[in-house]
Structures are given as C-alpha cells and as structure tokens.
Design a protein around this ligand. Structure first.
Ligand code: H79
Length: 409
C-alpha cells in the first residue's frame, strides 16, 4: 500500500491550505451563487468589472499565512464552476487577465509559493456553468463538445505555463445523468496522460472520474484505503467562497482534532479559507489558522510524517482521551480530554521504553501493568488547551493489543 513514490512528500505533509477566491467573493454568498440564485450569465459576468484587488494585495500573503499555520502546500481555485479564470487563457476571455484586474493571479501565486518553498496545488473545475451543453448534452451537443475542448486546452495551459506544479485538484467532473461514462465524456484518460507528460511528478486527485493518486472526502474525515485528503471549510455551510455573514465557525480545538484524526488514519487535512474580494483573509479565519500554527510549532512532530496507525492501536484510553498517531517506533498520544494526574492507555501491545511530554520534553513516569500503559505524575490541569501530546518510545513498530475477547478480572 502507498508504494507510490511521487506522493510521499504529500503524505508526510499532512496539512494544506485550500483557497476559494473568484468573482463570487464579491457577492459574499458563497461560490455557488451563480447557480443557486440563477443569476443571468451576462449580469454575473459584469462582476469582472468590479474584480480589482488592490495593488497592495499579493497572493504571497496567503502563502505566508499558510506557512505560519504549519501548512505544507496550498491549492488555489484557478477556475471554479462559474468559468472565471485567475490565469491567462487562449481558450477564454473570461479571465482576470483580460478583465479589469489585468493580473495573472495564478502566476503570482505560483511564484510566491516557490519563493517560500511551499508546494503548489492548482484546483480546476472541469464543469463551466456558462455552457448550456453542460446541463443538457443531448440538446446542445456542440456546446458540450466546446466545454470539454476548453477544459483540455486550459488544463494544458496550467500544466505548461507556470513551471513545476505539484498537485492537480480537479473538481466538478460530475455530469447530469452520467456516472460510469463521466471519464469517457471528459476524455479524462487522455487529459491525465497529457498532464503527466507535462508534469511527470505531479499528483492528481480522483475527481476527473478516474481514481489517479488520491481520494477526496469532502467536509468529513472518513478514511479511505488509498491515500486520502479531507477538504473542509472552517464555516458550517457547504459554501467555500467568502460568505459575508457566517457566524458558526468551527473552533480551533475542533480543527486541530480533525487534523489529528486525519493524520492518525493516514490522511491529509486540506483546510479552506475564502478570502474577501480584495484578497484579504477574514479575522475569524486568521485567528484560527495562527492558533493551529502555534500548536503545530510545539506538536508538529506528532503530525508531520506520521503513518497510518494500526487498527485499534491505543484505541481504548487514547480513544477515550484523544487519538494516537504513530511514526517509526514511536506513538504520539494526543490528549484532548485531560484525565488529571494519571493517564491509562490500553490497546498497546509493545513494551514502552520511555514517555515524555512533546512540547516541554519533560520525562514522565510510565509503566506497563496487565497490558495497560500507565503514565503517572501528570499535572492536574491540561498543559495545552488545544491538546497535549505525550510521546511513547516503543520497543518496535506499534502493535495493537486486542482486548475485545478478554473478560475483566
Ligand atoms: O469547491 C468546493 C465546492 O464548491 C465544490 N467542491 C468543493 C471543494 C462542490 N461542488 N459541489 N459540491 C461541492 C457538492 C454540492 C453541494 C450542494 Fe449546494 C448542496 C449543491 C447544492 C446543494 C451548496 C449548497 C451549494 C449549493 C447549495
């Protein structure tokens, strides 16, 4: 499993930033606003006249924020379902280069990522709502042909004009009334063969209708057997673009627990921001990301480069108190629900050689009794309000102790 060498850096990275930004950001009601409000296309297109981010804005600001937040890669919406491109394209006039902004934001973004040594991901929506053929292939066959042609041309542009690209994040591959024939209709095999020829090291997600390199659970952290990445918004709605009034944001604790849950199950966490039309990041997102970044500075060793933990490993105890991640001969117990002076962790078969607090390095008293790992002398109150990590040095690769058929004594 997971033999694919191209994807190793990405699996070690564990944490990335998703950026949804485009014309829809102006309206502040999410990236689906064109379709859900059935705005006439001509009217929506006029938003391009108002999409003029100030000179002082640079995508480098997102890149710096991602770094500060402990994220190792970014995925930017180069084009969402509305068809508006943040890059220069010979296949369309509906781009930020040919309208009021007169800027190639993809170029600026890629340059900033490279400058700060962060991996580059490009999101591209195959579907484009401006084409009637997307909605009804039978009635508008020419239009459907055109939209497929446009997608092939633009993916080729993205893969050719910006140097090395690390991730291609397709979206919007689904077609009304199509299931198995989706990749046939988009000619996805041919498309991805072209991508890999231009970008031999790239990793591609599963949304062109073909499995490719990784799975993409959306808004949940259910693991899958293949390499996987959970993408998620900080707000509670299914909107990813800027939503002006969005009161119910996930607290930092929840975001950190989601990250740990992904890492624990061998997956990545791609956390979204929806910048304002001027490119700035809203306060609520900023605060949370910086808090996660601070937590990762102290506890990142228990996240980056961790492996899929054996099923049931440290589940009782660590499952009740938090979650375990593993790396080599070490286990990281992420304690979210602090037990007080003593922590009892069951479900670990290994001998435990030593234990320490990850953040402070303080050594802890640990013993194994009747198969239980008992850690004593802990402070009464949780040292870190977001999660305290205890590192166990084991005598070998982490192994699960299965208690399920063993009666209590
Ligand atoms: O780019 C983000 C979403 O716009 C896109 N994928 C992520 C990464 C996406 N497209 N479709 N979906 C997600 C799922 C569809 C959700 C919907 Fe709805 C629920 C469509 C209609 C109801 C959200 C709420 C959008 C419109 C209303």
């Amino acid at each position: 499993m997971e033999e694919n060498k191209r994807i190793r850096w990405w699996q070690e990275a564990r944490f990335g930033m998703f950026v949804h930004w485009g014309l829809y950001s102006i309206l502040g009601r999410g990236e689906w606003v064109l379709l859900v409000e059935r705005i006439p296309l001509k009217e929506y297109a006029k938003l391009a006249d108002r999409f003029i981010p100030p000179k002082s804005f640079s995508p480098e600001q997102w890149v710096k924020l991602a770094k500060e937040s402990g994220m190792k890669y970014i995925v930017l919406t180069t084009r969402h379902h509305d068809g508006f491109c943040l890059f220069d394209s010979k296949a369309s006039n509906f781009t930020s280069v040919k309208t009021a902004a007169k800027r190639d934001f993809v170029e600026e973004y890629v340059d900033a990522c490279r400058k700060h040594n962060i991996r580059v991901g490009l999101y591209y929506s195959l579907l484009d709502w401006r084409f009637p053929g997307y909605f009804d292939r039978e009635k508008y066959p020419e239009s459907f042909k055109d939209t497929v042609e446009q997608a092939h041309m633009q993916v080729k542009e993205l893969m050719s004009n910006y140097g090395k690209i690390d991730i291609l994040w397709y979206d919007g591959g689904w077609l009304p009334g199509a299931e198995k024939e989706t990749p046939i209709l988009w000619r996805s095999k041919e498309l991805n063969a072209m991508v890999r020829k231009l970008q031999p090291d790239i990793i591609i997600n599963d949304r062109s209708g073909l499995p490719e390199d990784f799975d993409t659970p959306e808004q949940h952290t259910t693991p899958s057997k293949r390499p996987w990445e959970s993408c998620m918004t900080i707000g509670d709605s299914c909107g990813w673009g800027y939503i002006k009034h969005n009161p119910n944001m996930k607290p930092t604790t929840q975001l950190i627990q989601n990250l740990v849950s992904c890492a624990s199950n061998g997956g990545n966490y791609l956390l979204n921001i929806g910048p304002k039309p001027d490119g700035s990041v809203r306060r609520e997102e900023l605060i949370r990301l910086k808090e996660i970044g601070k937590w990762l500075l102290k506890n990142g060793e228990g996240i980056y480069g961790t492996e899929r933990r054996p099923e049931g490993f440290g589940l009782w105890g660590a499952g009740m108190l938090g979650m375990a991640t593993v790396k080599g001969n070490r286990a990281y117990l992420h304690i979210f629900r602090w037990p007080g002076n003593t922590a009892v962790i069951t479900g670990i078969k290994n001998r435990v050689l030593s234990a320490k607090m990850l953040a402070s390095g303080k050594r802890l008293k640990v013993k194994k009794e009747n198969g239980k790992v008992i850690i004593k002398g802990l402070p009464e109150l949780p040292p870190d309000k977001y999660g305290t990590v205890i590192v166990l040095q084991l005598d070998g690769k982490p192994e699960t102790f299965d208690y399920s058929r063993i009666p209590l004594i």
